[in-house]
Design a protein. Structure first.
Length: 92
């Protein structure tokens, strides 16, 4: 399956990662995230897809939350009850 055209003839979408995130954070934590530097590592086979990216101030990163183990419609961001309860997708 081509990574840019992931839909099969039945309309199913297959997701294939083209990179990963490298972060010093290994466990969930509350607060202190603004001081953490995280790298997005693109697989070498896709490096040419970044040609010209230096001319832009922002990028959009689509990611898969592969470590989520339970479904919740809402939560307090970073587990802090000082922050209002939000819909799960509003916390990312």
């Amino acid at each position: 399956m081509h990574p840019i055209f992931p839909m099969d003839t039945q309309g199913n979408i297959n997701i294939k990662p083209i990179g990963h995130v490298k972060s010093p954070i290994k466990e969930p934590q509350v607060g202190g995230l603004t001081d953490i530097e995280t790298d997005i590592v693109l697989d070498a086979a896709f490096a040419r897809l970044l040609d010209g990216i230096d001319d832009f101030s922002h990028i959009i990163v689509i990611y898969w939350l592969n470590r989520i183990t339970e479904y919740r419609e809402s939560c307090h961001p970073q587990g802090s009850e000082k922050v209002p309860l939000l819909g799960q997708l509003a916390t990312r």
